[in-house]
Design a binder for this molecule. Sequence first.
Ligand code: 0X9
Ligand code: ZN
Length: 441
Amino acid sequence: MKNSALALALTILCSLIPVFSADLSEQARASGDLSFDRILNRLTEEYSEGLRMPAAPLPADLQAYQDDRFWVTVSAAGSSERTKLLEAGMDIVEIKGDKVSGTVHKDLMSGFAAKGILLAFKKPLSAHLSAHMKDFPAADAAYHNFKETTELLKALVAKNSDIASLISIGKTIEGRDIWCLRINSTAQGTKASAKPGAVYIGNHHAREHLSNEVPLLFAVWLLDNRATPEITKYIADLDIYVIPMLNPDGAEYDIKTGSYKWQRKNMRVNADKSIGVDLNRNYDSWFGGEGTSHSPATDTYCGLSAFSEPETMAIKKFVEARKNLKTLNSYHSYASAILYPYGGSRNEVPDVKDRKVFVNMAKQMGLLTGYDPEKSSDMYVATGDGCDWAYDVGKIFAFTTELEGGSFYPLATILDKAVKNNIKAAVYMLSVTDNPYKAIN
Ligand code: 0X9
Ligand code: ZN
């Protein structure tokens, strides 16, 4: 690491330490309902109390929907072999050495055999889930569902109306708002701003619930700490956007019956009556090529065309309307990695300087989170990726943060560390948003 980068990282860390090491309960009392510490504490405490979210019945059309996925484990070493699995219709959930595990729809199992892919292990997904119930949290009530996310965002804006505003960047398939919290000292709502912009997006994938909490709690933390000199400066100089829940339809479906659905995609009803398009295969970056599936029932189905989905279309319109955007972080679960473009191609980004910025920023965010910095395609090649598209269309330095937790439904014990470390990386991203090329100086 270059000395200037080290100095920058240390400055950020030092500015965060007093906040994180202060007496939490005292701070919570002092700063009222919307304090970061109180909200994070409540998140953790509610788990230990074991509160249960009341199960709601599914709508009739979804009640008849049968989950026909299998949980499989396959030997596959390296990115190319993993990419072939994606194309055969596997949704890769875990990579452990040369063993890859994930889901495959029952109709595609025979295709696996025909392609010579040997399954080391398979069972219905439902059997896998019931055997792994111990991995689930005592309750999902502690997480912010769509209603709670909406209420929290509105409360943040009400309390900080001089610098925060809330816009809906579009509606989902089921008509929910895709909320975007904006923090900017001089521009509200959709008013244009020339200040350099940073965007944080969560929950492309429904079951990756921690990916909503991290950007949402980051917004809480920023506003709670708005009076500290570093944060005051970022709020004055930058245009900051937080879109914590891009796929609220899928996230609600995943939790609403009281037993988790392992939903990844949105809630589009496809022509064959299967449900969902993989939003992170639906952007216009080598759309429909390597590492995606054209079979609607699979978890990595790319959809009929790029931006066929209202959720990705909302991001397209949002990004294209804001030429000031410089950095982007898209949160996912749970490979503990900071990924940078390209993910849809083995090629490096052509601009050598930009490549260095990507590598250095990923390294830095890796140090702050404890995650591995990696080129996206080294994990596997997957086309239609939102970060590739954002970089190509707007030269936005766009990263995928794969959060930790070892599960889509991690125990509360990881929340404190995961949220706080990712806030450090998110603040680092702010610190270079005025000029990302600082990361290579
Ligand atoms: O596959 C994805 O969309 C992301 N992983 S996840 O398990 N959260 O679904 C990773 C995206 C990284 N991008 C590429 N490798 N293209
Ligand atoms: Zn994901």
